[in-house]
Design a protein around this ligand. Structure first.
Ligand code: SAM
Length: 320
């Protein structure tokens, strides 16, 4: 369906859990697990499936499963399979830190997942352990290879640009696309929740990265893409830039989010949430009405650069 500003909303991001097997410093506060959402408040798979069915009826055709870390939720393969068989849903993708992909990639592919986005902010094992508070980089690397073997492609690698942390590795990430058909995407650091965002890491705009690598040539963006895409001449992959802050893409935003505790967030950068648990207890018609209403609440554009109130939820409780 179209929202109040004529945008076709056809993409739903579902956070299946706020739990994660990493604790990235810029994503959640050090005590992030002290205020984890109580299990009884998390949507059941039946509730998620019913919401996805309702969403498909109002024109959602693409679903991303995210979190927290979606692969830590028990039964995620079965959920992916159920969602990908819903009439009208023609694309199911996952955003993951890749730690569990080595064992799950093939099953996810069989369940109907078409591809994965894998978050990897550094290719240095020690730095990886630092930024994730203990993660093992070699497991992610094996996860990326497994995803490639399983055909969860094209693989997108999400790299949050963290000034003073990984700005010396941007060239290495870009070089990766010369030989590998990966799509490396630089994401601007966003001031969300209570994580360590502004104090330890400098904000680097995508424009600054682009200026450092003039050899990158622009290519056509995918339809509805949030990233501006480039490539190295003769390279096998691509390099994308997601500039949520410096050059927001609200005018072409086609998505809404469902949090693991059942709230629709029409915009990542707004504190507005619409509860779906109440409507889930009602008829299908009421549920459709609530979903439609939530889409009509989508603001024309976010106000992060214009002094909007800080985003209260931590990123692991929203779903990136
Ligand atoms: N656990 C999964 C993962 O690591 O990809 C999915 C959830 S994670 C919240 C989704 C994405 O959000 C990751 O690529 C992560 O790097 C990004 N992210 C988290 N906090 C962010 C922030 N403050 N600014 C920009 N990106 C952020």
């Amino acid at each position: 369906m179209k929202d109040n500003f004529g945008r076709e909303i056809n993409y739903l991001r579902i956070s299946v859990t706020d739990r994660c097997n990493l604790r990235c410093r810029y994503c959640m506060p050090a005590d992030g697990f002290a205020n984890i959402i109580p299990r009884e408040e998390i949507l059941s798979f039946e509730e998620i499936e019913r919401l996805a069915q309702a969403a498909a009826k109002i024109g959602i055709s693409k679903i991303r499963l995210t979190g927290g870390e979606p692969l830590v939720r028990h039964g995620i393969v079965e959920l992916a399979s159920k969602i990908s068989s819903i009439e009208g849903i023609n694309e199911v993708v996952i955003t993951t830190n890749g730690l569990l992909l080595e064992d799950m990639a093939e099953d996810l592919k069989k369940a109907g997942v078409s591809r994965v986005n894998i978050s990897i902010d550094t290719m240095d094992p020690e730095k990886y352990s630092h930024i994730t508070r203990g993660g093992k980089l070699e497991k992610v690397m094996r996860g990326i290879e497994a995803a490639e073997r399983a055909g969860l492609t094209p693989i997108k690698l999400n790299v949050v640009a963290l000034g003073g942390f990984n700005d010396d590795e941007f060239g290495d990430f870009i070089e990766l696309t010369r030989e590998k058909p990966y799509i490396v995407r630089f994401i601007e650091l966003m001031p969300i929740g209570h994580a360590d965002v502004g104090d330890s890491y400098g904000f680097i705009s995508n424009q600054e990265i682009l200026e450092r690598f003039p050899e990158l040539v622009p290519v056509d963006n995918e339809k509805y893409s949030v990233s501006d895409d480039f490539m190295l001449p003769g390279g096998k992959g691509k390099v994308g830039f997601i500039s949520a802050l410096s050059n927001h893409f609200c005018a072409t935003c086609n998505k809404i989010r469902l949090t693991s505790d059942g709230k629709i967030k029409p915009c990542l950068h707004s504190n507005e949430e619409i509860d779906m648990k109440g409507p889930l207890a009602l008829s299908d018609d009421e549920l459709l009405r609530a979903l439609t209403l939530s889409i009509n609440h989508k603001a024309e554009h976010h106000l992060l650069n214009e002094g909007a109130a800080p985003i209260e939820r931590d990123m692991n409780k929203i779903g990136g």
